[in-house]
Design a protein around this ligand. Structure first.
Ligand code: GDP
Ligand code: K
Ligand code: MG
Length: 300
């Protein structure tokens, strides 16, 4: 593009940490859009999702490319290996790392966290959920991390209540290298629309079912057709067993109908258009351990 100034700053900011510490909540606040699904369950986020922010600081244009990532876990399924692959990928091209912890978390000997310490990339250690702690507990946690982890800075925040988050952006911009923008200035994310449609359905499955059902589900958008006044979305929900299919459906299909209504409403907000949503449930035994299926579902 012709009007990009030579002092333009741009970089990749990787948001990493253990499950459920609030990575996706923070990502959405930093981007100002609800790009990442959020639930109280661990392993909600399964992909690397980029959120792009453009702006000006001290007269210099910048572009921040945030990556929300799955929580760091020890893989049990092939699916988890793919999820951890996304985490590693995001660390490889990061210019800044936001290592998100919460007020309850302690340092552990995890490989990925060890890798962070040796990556030679500036790390801002975020202590999230301070709304749940007293000032003394926050102070204690800050001191704890000072002793146990090498970070450029330790920043206590509440992503949920948006406390102390406004100072993050200028700090991140200061750490960015001079670089041309990586994405067109009107782009918000690297993912296509149908990805978000699938994620919204998955979020509603995570919030409407308990036990193993949400973890056994994958959502594929088989068609996404934008018409003049509405979008027609066809989705396939994969489960691992016929018993899970029955749970998903519920008595007379009541439960899946509720998921459909909630997902449709959320999609209408996200896409700003009327949505017609179709849902088909399919059984795919053990898909979480089948490489071929995982590839079809968008995991490497
Ligand atoms: P992730 O797994 O790290 O991406 O975490 P999520 O963003 O999905 O959040 C996990 C849970 O923590 C959700 O129920 C959030 O609403 C909640 N949460 C996130 N940030 C905060 C916070 O600052 N304070 C409190 N009390 N809860 C939070
Ligand atoms: K979560
Ligand atoms: Mg998440």
């Amino acid at each position: 593009e012709d009007n990009i100034s030579p002092d333009h700053k741009a970089g990749f900011i990787s948001i990493v940490g253990k499950p459920n510490v609030g990575k996706s909540t923070l990502m959405n606040i930093l981007v100002g859009e609800r790009l990442s699904i959020i639930t109280s369950k661990a392993q909600t986020t399964r992909h690397r999702i980029m959120g792009i922010v453009n702006g000006v600081q001290n007269g210099t244009d910048f572009q921040l490319v945030y990556s929300d990532t799955p929580g760091i876990i020890k893989p049990v399924y092939e699916l988890h290996k793919s999820m951890m692959h996304f985490v590693h990928g995001s660390l490889e091209d990061a210019d800044v790392i936001l290592f998100v912890t919460d007020i309850f978390e302690k340092h552990d000997e995890d490989d990925v966290i060890e890798k962070l310490q040796h990556a030679n990339i500036p790390i801002l250690l975020i202590i999230n959920k301070i709304d749940l702690a007293t000032p003394e507990q926050i102070e204690e946690k800050i001191n704890y991390w000072k002793e146990n982890f090498k970070a450029l800075e330790i920043i206590p925040i509440s992503a949920l209540q948006q406390q102390n988050v406004e100072g993050l952006l200028p700090k991140i911009v200061d750490l960015l290298p001079v670089h041309y923008p990586y994405f067109p200035k009107d782009e918000l994310t690297d993912k296509p629309e149908r990805f978000f449609a699938a994620e919204i359905i998955r979020e509603k499955i995570f919030t409407n079912y308990t036990k193993e059902v949400p973890y056994s589900c994958e959502v594929v958008i088989s068609s996404f057709k934008e018409k003049e006044d509405m979008i027609v979305v066809s989705s396939e929900i994969y489960v691992e067993r016929t018993t899970q299919r029955a749970i998903l459906l519920g008595h007379k299909g009541e439960r899946i109908k509720k998921v459909g209504i909630e997902a449709r409403q959320e999609m209408e907000k996200f896409f700003g258009k009327k949505i017609f949503l179709e849902q088909y449930i399919k059984v795919e035994p053990d898909w979480r351990n089948k490489r071929q299926k995982l590839e079809r579902f968008g995991y490497e």
